[in-house]
Design a protein around this ligand. Structure first.
Ligand SMILES: Cc1cc2nc3c(=O)[nH]c(=O)nc-3n(C[C@H](O)[C@H](O)[C@H](O)COP(=O)(O)O)c2cc1C
Length: 190
């Protein structure tokens, strides 16, 4: 079965990122996929130590909840990363997990161990109406490419100044569902 893994980079379990990620994952499930959401803020994830031991075997020396993240990201047919914008970038809990994926980057780029084809999407929310998304998009695209996932659609939601903004805007919810459906369609080719 097709597996879609959603990474929620917000410390709000029911905030904008989580709400939109859920919509996208539910749409993927409606298309026949299995969906798993990981709330990174509530997982035990230490920072990358930059020891470079993963360059030798693709394995991280740290044992924590990233073990589950690595396994799911490697099994995933599609990955959706959702994060609030914090100081013009992704959230800190998203960045912790992203940096720890240096081990998956090492498998791809250092050890030349390709993974099966995978498709990715990004969901970003920010409070300011004219919020800056470029940094987070650039970093999360690099993350997806680094772990062997082809980055695709990006949903940017500006003006989300309360945690219930997305939930109260049906048009935005629909955009997230469409992102999830299109992501699934992209897996079966043109
Ligand atoms: C530490 C912190 C930094 C933030 N920095 C920005 C920012 O640079 N630009 C912006 O538009 N919103 C910023 N925000 C607002 C959040 O991006 C916004 O409220 C977002 O919708 C929250 O998403 P969530 O409900 O998924 O947590 C910041 C919020 C926090 C807590």
């Amino acid at each position: 079965m097709t597996l879609v893994v959603g990474l929620n980079g917000s410390p709000r379990r029911n905030g904008n990122s989580a709400t939109l990620l859920d919509q996208a994952l539910r749409a993927a499930e409606a298309s026949g996929a299995q969906a798993v959401r990981l709330d990174l803020a509530f997982m035990d994830i230490s920072p990358c130590k930059a020891c470079e031991d993963c360059f030798a075997d693709g394995e991280c020396v740290i044992r924590d909840d990233m073990d589950r993240v690595y396994q799911l990201l490697e099994e995933a047919d599609a990955v959706i990363v959702a994060s609030p914008i914090y100081f013009s970038g992704m959230s800190s809990c998203a960045k912790l997990a992203v940096d720890r994926c240096q081990a998956l980057w090492a498998r791809r780029k250092v050890l030349k161990r390709p993974r099966k084809p995978g498709a990715g999407a990004i969901i970003l929310t920010a409070a300011q109406p004219n919020a800056k998304f470029d940094n987070a998009v650039s970093e999360l695209r690099a993350f997806l490419i680094g772990i062997g996932i082809e980055p695709g659609e990006v949903l940017k939601v500006a003006g989300a100044d309360s945690s219930s903004y997305a939930a109260n805007h049906p048009g935005v919810l629909a955009q997230a569902r469409e992102l999830g459906s299109r992501l699934l369609s992209s897996l079966s080719g043109p």
